[in-house]
Design a protein around this ligand. Structure first.
Ligand code: ADP
Ligand code: MG
Length: 237
């Protein structure tokens, strides 16, 4: 069976410089796939290409066997894609519960949405903040709510851009358990994250992007010892 998400030969240029150069990557159902790399490597740009916010110069994106390279975000959402952004993007004036309800109703859940959302609130541990306005959350908690909101659409593929930024260690721990649970339910998770501990702990497979190119991929134990990867991070420091 092909992977849920397959990216091949993707290039993107801004002005004269290539932000992505012949990038290939796959994310499988039931697995957490990590995407790491120094600042400016092209991670968020690749998420925009996968999500349908940026059309690549070359290459192909397929979702569940459908070629979506030319389709917009709405069509991809219908095929089961959900994402979070590097900057927090919640509805600030809505409560946590209402943020999730909106997402659940955008997804397949019309009937029984309230009970469904309550289940997610418990699973993510958001009971105490369910009725709090999203604007009043700490950054770390906001991140958890953003992931919970993406979960509420029952995605097949979940793209997470630096979801653990601003989380305290306890929130990060909770978050790792949550990601594992999502994958165990059958979702494909693609995770961009700076917290290397988290990436190495939760990911099944890791891709390393540097200056727009994939320089290494493999299980965390292999990536940890890859000298090209170490050099890319040292070079960027
Ligand atoms: P990352 O998420 O890995 O930090 P980005 O994808 O944000 O990297 O950026 C990759 C490269 O593309 C960087 O050199 C960045 O400056 C450039 N870039 C990103 N978005 C734009 C844009 N909208 N216009 C021009 N250059 C951009
Ligand atoms: Mg980024």
């Amino acid at each position: 069976m092909p992977s849920l998400l397959e990216v091949s030969g993707v290039s993107v240029a801004f002005g004269g410089s290539k932000a992505l150069d012949d990038v290939a990557l796959a994310a499988e159902r039931g697995k957490i796939t990590g995407l790491i790399g120094p600042n400016g490597a092209g991670k968020s740009t690749l998420f925009d290409v996968i999500g349908g916010l940026r059309r690549p110069l070359t290459g192909r994106v397929t979702l569940d066997g459908h070629d979506v390279t030319r389709s917009g975000p709405a069509h991809r959402a219908k095929l089961g894609l959900a994402r979070t952004f590097q900057r927090l993007e919640l509805f600030g004036r809505l409560t946590v519960r209402d943020n999730l309800l909106v997402a659940a109703e955008l997804g397949a859940k019309r009937r029984g949405a309230a009970e469904f959302v309550d289940g997610i609130i418990d699973r993510v541990g958001l009971r105490e903040v369910a009725d709090v306005g999203a604007d009043n959350l700490s950054t770390g908690m906001g991140r958890l709510v953003e992931v919970a909101r993406a979960m509420a659409t029952q995605p097949g593929l979940l793209l997470l851009d630096e979801p653990a930024a601003g989380q305290d260690p306890e929130e990060t721990e909770r978050f790792a358990t949550l990601l594992r649970g999502l994958a165990d339910d059958g979702a494909a998770v693609l995770l961009v994250e700076h917290d290397m501990e988290l990436v190495m702990n939760v990911c099944d497979q890791v891709y390393v992007l540097d200056l727009g190119r994939i320089i290494s991929s493999g299980p965390p134990a292999v990536i940890r010892r890859d000298e090209k990867v170490l050099a890319a991070y040292l070079g960027a420091a």
